[in-house]
Design a protein around this ligand. Structure first.
Ligand SMILES: CC(C)[C@H](C(=O)O)[C@@H](O)C(=O)O
Ligand code: SF4
Length: 424
């Protein structure tokens, strides 16, 4: 069985396989400042009280601090709802991005069903949770009933081998996007494995799961192991809970399955040993090429941050290159830690000082320029290199601009040189 089938079967208390539609109890439901108002509208048509206020997490992250009266009003609606319903897991802005706060605060556990009013909820698949995004209407129903329906997805196995210290989770997932294509995994689970994935820390595993949706994926799963359990312990999950999770550990049957008969829809294998760093070109994350093919392309803005690459390891890597260097005079470098905890860690480790000395701008933890709503909007004809997950036309607020995607390492090196490069 695939990991997706095992998680669903455990949840249902009976064996379920790909293709079956099931109604499942939701363990955690999340919405943010962008999606809560519409969720509330649907919810109010169904119920007066949420099914369980302790299982709901509400985060202000997309427009923080609010940049328009409209954004501020959406936050007013959301705050009223939070108070009326007694929702304690409420992050009122500046604490960080929803997909970072959920795991960081111990809300994400293996084998659970995590639903979110945001397409990148698939990020939590990195913990072996069945995590997926919903529209606001579905979220309204979940807030009222605590349940949703899901079709158990087919699975594409992504098997990655090899060792290469220049290659990060971001390069691996960009390469995967290239192989699978923008809709190659529609309503499927991606199951990432192989020694190259095993060797990644949780930050890089989350980067990989985060981008499952860019291929149409329902979720991006990685089976839980000691790396996962150690992260949970740091996130405050208590020892007895972790011991229970270890006992109930679910693994994929990929290595002992007969692929001809089994439920894997497809298997994509690659080795990173000789792989080059990857860059996605405009205007889709599957338009990926080796960095050497676009080396020298001049850039106007670099953004290091987002739910894809604003984690502590991302900032450490950026600082390694930016230390004792200056950002190129034609480039604006914007750096946003994905959460306040990461911001504090970066402060304590001296990374923020390094960024300031290099000439970077540091902004409030949140989505920032990622989706072009505010902060770091591009000018006509400008080119950005960003560590985010999407480079759709106009993504950074201007239809007449281009966005390229890369790892924080490539982003930092390029910010110094003024053009896309993998040289320091
Ligand atoms: C605003 C929100 C609904 C959206 C999403 O669902 O992903 C955003 O987070 C994004 O990355 O485009
Ligand atoms: S950081 Fe970007 S991709 Fe992530 S939730 Fe925010 S807007 Fe969406």
């Amino acid at each position: 069985m695939t990991l997706a089938e095992k998680i669903m079967s455990k949840k249902m208390g009976r064996e379920v396989v790909a293709g079956e539609t099931v109604e499942v109890d939701v363990d955690i439901a999340m919405t943010h400042d962008g999606t809560t108002p519409l969720t509330v509208k649907t919810f109010e048509k169904i119920a007066n009280k949420v099914w369980n206020p302790d299982k709901i997490v509400i985060v202000f992250d997309h427009n923080v601090p609010a940049n328009t009266a409209k954004a501020a009003n959406m936050q007013v609606i959301t705050r009223n709802f939070v108070n009326e319903q007694g929702i304690k897991n409420y992050y009122k802005g500046g604490e960080g991005i929803c997909h970072q706060l959920l795991p960081e605060n111990g809300h994400v556990l293996p084998n659970t069903i995590i639903t979110g009013g945001d397409s990148h909820t698939c990020t939590h698949g990195a913990f072996g949770a069945f995590a997926t995004g919903f529209g606001a209407t579905d979220m309204g129903y979940i807030y009222a009933m605590g349940k949703t329906w899901l079709k158990v997805p087919e699975t594409i196995r992504i098997e990655v081998s090899g060792v290469n210290e220049r290659i990060f989770g971001k390069d691996i997932i960009l390469k995967t996007c290239k192989e699978i294509g923008r809709s190659g995994a529609t309503y499927m689970a991606l199951e990432y494995g192989g020694n190259a994935v095993k060797n990644l820390d949780m930050d890089d595993r989350m980067t990989m799961s985060n981008m499952a949706i860019e291929m149409g994926g329902k979720t991006g799963l990685i089976e839980a192991d000691d790396t996962t359990y150690n992260y949970l312990a740091r996130a405050g999950v208590n020892e007895s809970k972790i011991a229970e999770l270890k006992k109930e550990r679910l693994t994929s049957d990929y290595y002992n399955s007969n692929l001809e008969n089994d439920s894997y829809y497809d298997v994509v294998e690659f080795d990173i040993t000789d792989m080059e760093e990857q860059v996605a070109c405009p205007h889709h994350p599957d338009n990926v090429t080796d960095v050497s093919n676009i080396k020298g392309l001049e850039i106007d803005q670099v953004f290091i941050g987002s739910c894809t690459n604003g984690k502590i390891n991302d900032l450490r890597i950026a600082a390694k290159y930016l230390k004792n260097s200056k950002v190129h005079r034609n480039v604006r470098l914007i750096i946003i830690p994905a959460s306040k905890t990461i911001f504090n860690q970066a402060l304590n480790e001296g990374l923020i000082q390094t960024f300031i000395d290099a000439g970077a701008m540091i902004c409030t933890p949140g989505c920032g320029p990622c989706l072009g709503a505010h902060q770091g909007v591009l000018g006509d004809g400008e080119v950005a290199l960003s560590t985010t997950n999407r480079n759709f036309k106009g993504r950074m607020g201007n239809l007449n601009s281009d966005v390229y995607l890369s790892s924080p390492a490539i982003a930092a090196m390029s910010a110094i040189k003024g053009y896309i490069t993998n040289e320091h």
